[in-house]
Design a protein around this ligand. Structure first.
Ligand SMILES: [Zn+2]
Length: 239
């Protein structure tokens, strides 16, 4: 596995909105790798962040952030940054915070639904204005979905802390249901990052979340679709 040269500051503090950084490399003029970053790279069902990289008064808009060959690459809207430049990063915080709320909401909804019904999550994707969830469940109707939306909303009125920490992989794998999505597990790493919604859900996860369920607000069902005999797709959104 390729170890990233970038320190991913968002993993420790998902509320960090700014940081200084040094440009480590520039590819094709517009793909920037930094020594540290607050920008989350697209992955695990969560979109990449947007924002700005500033060099003095020069503004470079970050239009896409992804992981390529293990490196976090920031695509900017124009050329001009050079290796060794000292820069300042600014996150589009409103957008990211909404994604953090949605992401945390998705955990709670999925955990309640799966625990009760035995459904398996087969896919999920956060978008700026909605959350998509795919799961396998034989018996299902709108009423069932609304029941779990209501249950989740009850939790979002409570003071429930959300924590994240690293555990040795061996120890982490003993937690029941810790790997919700097989493809979400990065291979050959000694530690797993665990996201724990106290009393609700515990799973291996590299995304960004809010610190307390109260920050989520409320969610509503948008639509549900059948994607096959057992495959269901549901869209919900923050209210
Ligand atoms: Zn998560």
């Amino acid at each position: 596995m390729v170890i990233s040269v970038t320190e991913a500051l968002y993993l420790e503090d998902s509320y960090r909105k700014e940081c200084d950084a040094t440009v480590v490399s520039v590819k094709d003029g517009k793909y920037i790798v930094l020594d540290q970053t607050i920008f989350y790279p697209k992955g695990g069902g969560q979109p990449g962040d947007t924002g700005k990289i500033m060099k003095g008064n020069e503004v470079y808009n970050v239009v896409y952030v992804g992981k390529f060959s293990g490196d976090i690459s920031h695509e900017v809207d124009r050329e001009g940054l050079r290796k060794g430049d000292n820069v300042h990063c600014l996150l589009s915080w409103e957008r990211r915070y909404k994604l953090m709320r949605s992401h945390t909401a998705a955990h709670v909804f999925a955990s309640l639904l799966c625990e009760d019904t035995g459904a398996l999550v087969t896919g999920n994707q956060l978008e700026e204005d909605k959350i998509r969830f795919d799961f396998s469940l034989e018996k299902y109707d709108q009423e069932i979905l609304n029941k779990y939306i209501d249950k989740a909303n009850e939790f979002f009125r409570k003071d429930v802390p959300v924590k994240w920490y690293e555990l040795p992989k061996k120890e982490a794998l003993k937690i029941p249901g810790v790997i919700k999505m097989a493809k979400a597990l990065p291979p050959d790493i000694p530690h797993l990052r665990i996201v724990e919604i106290v009393g609700v859900d515990k799973q291996a996860d590299g995304g960004t979340h809010v610190r307390n369920l109260r920050e989520v607000g409320q969610i509503k069902l948008l639509k549900a679709k059948n994607k096959g005999k057992y495959n269901r797709r549901v869209y919900f959104a923050l209210v």
